[in-house]
Write a protein that binds this ligand. Structure first.
Ligand SMILES: [Zn+2]
Length: 379
């Protein structure tokens, strides 16, 4: 049953932001759940919100539930995937099965988790305890505003949020109690544009930017090395416990011409922020390091998330031995700030967003078993 469900989910092209088959996948999953005695309801992101936040097309969210009363537990899974990209040796939307593996875009991130949640609800169809619900959302891969963001901001009256929340992301053999934040800054460095045959007549913004980039890299890395997080991180790399810096993801001279002395040069900085700090403060720190010939602009800011005393993580660790860790990347968890929310799910960590992504069918089944047992262990 798990393999068939996964294969079907993978067969829909739910690459974001286009979301070509969002509605088809949601319709399929709703019927799949209802056929197994699990009520489900689709809510579309309203037009006004959509025009501002995700103008590409319809954004359906699917709610499903068992039990009665105030929700005890909420599962969350994003059904969108990143576009397949190049380098595949199989059809990314076929769901090819090879032994215990099933291949396809999203197998690990995270149609495997979506399948495990749906299977768990089907197992719980006769559940008479407090409500256990699931929400299947789009757009996680593009920031989540029309997915989990919409669920939390706009739908919590209609569907109250669970006391405990589990996002079924592939969590690499641990339970993620938090994730790092991020600050993306674009730095513009100003010089004076001139003809390249007379370098003495201009002021080369590229050379200034190059030395500024090196200075910022060294200065920030040295500051960050003194601010070590007390949590464990998924990769276990010593640098993962600090804020990290990546320079120059985008770098260009605005004149973009070989025979011109660059007058303005721009480059980006990507900083990942440990949950003990605030992304906003780190952005200020960057601003304060800039000389007067440079200006910075924050293009994206995501605060870190941490649920330090998470009850649900405690239960998961005690019952099944998954250690509590912090995820180096960003997750939809941050939208559930203030709730007991963690991420815990099947999949192969190193495979997300890569060609020939796969997941183990047996692992999806194991998670479905654990998800179905979890509400019995929670208060
Ligand atoms: Zn994901």
């Amino acid at each position: 049953m798990a393999a068939d469900l996964l294969k079907a989910l993978i067969s829909f092209d739910t690459s974001s932001p286009e979301g070509k088959q969002y509605r088809e996948l949601v319709r399929f999953l709703k019927e799949w759940l209802e056929e197994r005695g699990v009520p489900a309801e689709v809510v579309e992101v309203d037009d006004e919100y959509r025009a501002r936040a995700c103008p590409w097309g319809p954004r359906p969210l699917l709610f499903a539930w068992v039990g009665e009363g105030d929700p005890l537990l909420e599962f969350n899974g994003h059904y969108d995937v990143v576009p397949p990209g190049d380098g595949w040796s199989v059809d990314p939307f076929e769901g090819k099965v090879e032994g215990d593996r099933i291949y396809g875009r999203g197998a690990t991130d995270m149609k495997g988790g979506v399948a495990a949640v749906a299977l768990a609800l089907a197992k719980l169809a006769d559940w008479r305890g407090p409500k256990v619900q699931a929400v299947f959302v789009p757009d996680e891969e593009i920031g989540g505003r029309c997915g989990t963001g919409y669920r939390v901001a706009k739908l919590k009256d209609r569907f109250p949020i669970g006391k405990h929340v589990v996002i079924a992301e592939p969590s690499g053999g641990s339970v993620w109690i938090g994730h790092k934040g991020a600050v993306w800054v674009e730095v513009a460095v100003f010089g004076e544009q001139a003809h390249a045959s007379a370098p003495w007549s201009g002021d080369n913004a590229f050379l200034k930017a190059a030395s500024l980039a090196l200075y910022l890299q060294n200065e920030l890395a040295s500051r960050f090395s003194k601010r070590v997080s007390r949590h464990e991180y998924t990769t276990g790399h010593p640098l993962a416990k600090m804020n990290t810096v990546t320079m120059g993801g985008i770098a260009y001279s605005t004149s973009n011409k070989t025979n011109v002395i660059p007058g303005t040069f721009k480059f980006t900085i990507d900083i990942r922020v440990i949950p003990e700090e605030r992304a906003e403060d780190v952005a200020k720190e960057v601003y304060e390091l800039l000389p007067d010939y440079a200006r910075a602009r924050v293009v994206e800011l995501m605060e870190p998330y941490l649920s330090e005393d998470s009850e649900v993580a405690e239960v998961i660790e005690k019952r099944w031995g998954f250690p509590k860790k912090v995820c180096e990347g960003g997750l939809d968890l941050r939208y559930y700030r203030g709730y007991d929310a963690v991420a815990w799910g099947p999949g192969e960590l190193g495979l997300a967003h890569k060609p020939d992504e796969w997941v183990r069918v047996s692992q999806v089944e194991e998670f479905a078993e654990m998800y179905a047992e979890l509400p019995r262990l929670l208060k």
